[in-house]
Design a binder for this molecule. Structure first.
Ligand code: UDP
Length: 488
């Protein structure tokens, strides 16, 4: 097989064909597409990037790919059929599937293995960047004698925390859900303690991930390296530790998605009216409320949140996923929309989050602590109020509130859990107090805001020429080029 041109000589040699395989969720599809675009932009003469996605997910990445094309970077898209797991046609990711069908999306991961293998054998790329759950990518890469990189869309702090917690998993499982709070072993820098109810399920009981964790980790460690959407200044001691223990090579290349007024249609058709509405509000006056691309809220919690935002007396922009707002507005308290009209805006569906965070009227972000959202907030210099819901989000919250200090918790007054049925409803009064207190300034909010500003400066510096993330993208391309040349 012909090798790619090392270093890109512009003399007609074939470019390094890098294939990107994202998991079926927008929080993975979006940053991995941004990574493909970033690599293509960094070295267009060397890298030929190809997104490998299913048809409905091709629509999710389409606008980013089109944006890259208009900027002169061609990112190709190769489609494979989404496995038949009993989902409606066109439902191919976590955010589109109903909560009770999430297991089908995970089942689709397992069923993708043979399709991925035959597609990779057919196309024979020069390097494979595959998402965490696709452990077989390391084996097929070895068969093709090409590097496999793992793309991990969550940060280094949560990855290290989860890896270290796995070492004491038997104790956690023995203690059960009623066990005492757990101190995360061997973390550099700070002691972090987490109640069992806030740990990802796979650490506490058997589930899909607990059964495949070892295989996934082994495949990550045996692979060429790991690419992480983070920047060194956000979690430096953890990056150093991660490079030492968790990857043969680690590349910290974020933030991959940069807040900007023009970043409008990413991951779906956005409601852009909210940007016009934001422009009618004073600087830093609006709290932006969004819980990511797939988390589900109960109708009663949604109602309390609505009443809390109303009682806070602060301007707000609230994104409610269409799935949660279906049902004729059952969640909305009687007369609520009239009472908050003018002060609050609800987006039903998909907001242009990067453009919203870049808007000068936004003063805080009430978030579920999805990794992308946190990174985007830090890059925009917007302080956050944390309301984690599932999986590693409670760990991410600790990075925000205890380590990087650019946010504060919405609520600590009752039981919080990754399992919705165990979670106490956060009452409207608590939401109102937290939001009003944070937006009115002083104390926590001022500290968080100045820290967020600092992080925004470091994030921009990281992705600028010669910054840490810029250099890691260059190093990644060079390492792949060298690996390819050594195969000749
Ligand atoms: N997002 C968006 N508009 C929305 C909701 C989410 O653009 O209305 C984007 C957001 O900017 C982020 C991604 O979707 O890039 C969500 O990823 P995150 O890791 O924050 O949360 P997840 O959806 O994976 O829980």
């Amino acid at each position: 097989m012909a090798a790619a041109t090392a270093g890109g000589d512009g003399g007609g040699g074939r470019r390094l064909r890098v294939f990107f395989l994202p998991f079926f969720a927008r929080g993975h599809l979006i940053p991995m597409t941004d990574l493909a675009c970033r690599m293509a932009a960094a070295s267009p003469e060397v890298v030929e990037a190809t997104m490998v996605v299913t048809p409905a997910n091709a629509a999710v990445v389409a606008s980013t790919v089109a944006g890259a094309a208009s900027g002169g970077q061609a990112v190709r898209v190769v489609c494979y059929p989404f496995p038949d797991v009993g989902l409606e046609r066109g439902v191919e990711c976590l955010g589109s599937a109903a909560a009770h069908d999430a297991w089908r999306v995970y089942r689709a991961v397992d069923l993708s293995q043979p399709v991925h293998e035959s597609l990779l054998r057919q196309h024979r790329p020069d390097a494979i960047v595959a998402d965490v759950p696709f452990w077989w990518a390391t084996d097929i890469a070895a068969e093709l004698a090409v590097p496999r990189l793992t793309f991990n869309p969550v940060g280094v702090f949560p990855q290290l925390a989860m890896n270290n917690l796995v070492t004491i998993r038997p104790d956690i499982v023995r203690g059960g859900l009623a066990g005492p709070p757990v101190s995360v072993p061997s973390l550099p820098d700070k002691e972090i303690t987490i109640p069992v109810s806030e740990l990802p399920d796979f650490l506490v009981q058997d589930d899909h991930l607990s059964m495949s964790w070892d295989r996934i980790k082994a495949s990550q460690l045996a692979g060429f390296g790991v690419v992480v959407n983070t920047f060194a200044d956000l979690e430096r001691p953890y990056c150093d530790e991660f490079s030492r223990v968790d990857a043969r090579r680690a590349y910290f290349v974020g933030p991959l998605s940069l807040p900007s007024p023009s970043a409008v249609h990413r991951g779906g058709d956005s409601d852009v009216d909210c940007l016009t509405w934001l422009s009618t509000k004073p600087s830093q006056s609006v709290v932006y409320v969004c819980f990511g691309s797939w988390a589900h809220f109960s109708a009663s919690q949604t109602r309390e949140l609505a009443l809390g935002l109303e009682a806070s007396n602060q301007p707000f922009l609230w994104v409610i996923r269409s799935e949660d707002s279906n049902g004729g507005g059952r969640w909305a308290p009687e007369g609520w929309e009239q009472r908050v009209a003018g002060r609050g805006m609800v987006v039903r569906g998909w907001a242009p989050q990067l453009a919203v965070l870049a808007h000068p009227s936004v003063g805080a972000f009430l978030t579920h602590c999805g990794w992308n959202s946190l990174l985007e907030a830090a890059a925009a210099g917007v302080p956050v109020l944390t309301w984690p819901l599932v999986f590693e989000q409670f760990i991410n919250e600790r990075l925000v509130t205890e380590v990087a200090a650019f946010g504060a918790r919405v609520w600590s007054g009752g039981k919080r859990s990754v399992r919705e049925h165990e979670t106490e409803t956060v009452p409207a009064e608590a939401v109102a107090t937290a939001v009003a207190g944070f937006m009115q300034g002083g104390g926590r909010r001022d500290t968080a805001r100045s820290r967020a500003r600092e992080l925004a400066g470091s994030a921009r510096a990281a992705v600028s020429e010669n910054g840490s993330s810029w250099s890691d993208i260059r190093r990644l391309i060079q390492d792949l080029t060298d690996a390819s040349a050594s195969r000749v």
